[in-house]
Write a protein that binds this ligand. Structure first.
Ligand code: AMP
Ligand code: MG
Length: 333
């Protein structure tokens, strides 16, 4: 369904571009709908370069592509180190950092758990406890060995598997923004399935407004908005990234099983939070943090955020109430 919609939108934009410059380009990449909007300098070449890079990142980091660097690392778990591209190495290095500072709440080795539950796939189900336990025992970011000189990655235990689903989209958004900025774009919005980067000022100079999904309602229904006012910093960029229970889930016997796991239990994380939105400067960090804080819960998550300057958050709870950090400009509807 999603794919059909994207196809229709892509076609309609393609038709539009025969007569005028593209105002946006929408494509399905990185497992999500990617919308890039260049408000000035909107040349086809810039759009092409951005989407080429997004696909390159997907081809290197997706676990669903057998030839990707990450799939090759996973196939060689317990056997041998694998040489990878520099960007893949850097993202895994950063993922290990977030695993360490979140005490494993964020852990890029959740791969076995992600495939076991199959959330979002045709095989999604509540797995037997014994299998959950087996998968949990394979999760340990400390068993990811990095060799910076060789640019190789080794998972030391057979059966281990990396999954960069909680950080790669953020990295991809940063890369897309960099391409736009280096090409002279002064105003743009990059939205990779809710992983948003804003560049510069809006045309009408009013603050950017980014909606926060109402986690219990259908997609597009917003609980409130975050307002972002561009500062004098040049080039101005801000990122807004949300992790929530509504992204991918299934329901069984009235219980919702979503896609963000607590690596210590092997179950989707339940701690009273429905979503966490992070507002900061770097989208890769925001992506990792949104997942980490979501799993850590409100108190521990908030404490972790204190060590990140210029980082704000909006927490949405089970009863749809929200709390924010001091300087988050969130307006409740
Ligand atoms: P996000 O939407 O950024 O919070 O990322 C969720 C995705 O990251 C899931 O679909 C999994 O692929 C993966 N994932 C799930 N739980 C975790 C976790 N605790 N740490 C790291 N990655 C996770
Ligand atoms: Mg994330």
């Amino acid at each position: 369904m999603k794919k059909i919609l994207v196809f229709i939108l892509t076609v309609s934009f393609a038709l539009l571009s025969c007569t005028q410059k593209e105002s946006s380009r929408i494509e399905f990449a990185l497992g999500t709908v990617c919308v890039v909007t260049l408000y000035d300098n909107a040349h086809d070449k810039i759009y092409n370069d951005i989407f080429l890079r997004l696909r390159e990142i997907e081809n290197r980091m997706s676990v669903n592509i057998p030839s990707s660097d990450v799939s090759r690392i996973n196939s060689a778990a317990g056997i041998k180190p694998v040489l990878v591209n520099e960007d893949v190495f850097m993202v895994i290095e950063r993922a290990k950092y977030f695993a360490e500072i979140s005490n494993g709440a964020f852990d890029p080795t959740v791969g076995p758990l992600v495939s076991l539950w199959g959330i979002g796939s045709d095989e999604q189900r509540v797995p037997p406890l014994s299998e959950i336990e087996k998968a949990v025992n394979l999760i340990n970011w400390r068993n990811v060995e990095l060799n910076a000189e060789a640019k190789s990655v080794y998972l030391t235990v057979q059966g281990m598997a990396l999954d960069l689903g909680a950080i790669a989209k953020g990295y991809a958004a940063d890369e897309a923004a960099l391409i736009a900025i280096n090409a002279g774009v002064k105003r743009a919005k990059i939205d990779l399935g809710g992983n948003v980067i804003l560049i510069g000022e809006k045309t009408d100079k009013t603050p950017w407004k980014v909606g926060i999904q109402n986690p219990g309602e259908e997609r597009g229904s917003v609980l409130g908005i975050v307002q972002i006012t561009p500062s004098l910093q040049s080039p101005f960029t801000k990122t807004i990234v949300t992790s929530g229970v509504y992204e991918r889930f299934f329901e069984e016997n009235g219980k919702r099983y979503h896609h963000i796991f607590d690596p210590s239990t092997g179950f989707p994380s339940y701690n009273g939070l429905l979503s966490v939105t992070i507002i900061t400067n770097n989208s890769m960090d925001a992506d990792a943090l949104s997942t980490a804080v979501f799993v850590l819960g409100y108190e521990k998550g908030n404490a972790l955020l204190e060590s990140f300057p210029e980082t704000e958050a909006v927490f949405v709870f089970d009863d749809r109430s929200a709390k924010t950090t001091a300087d988050a400009n969130f307006i409740f509807f």
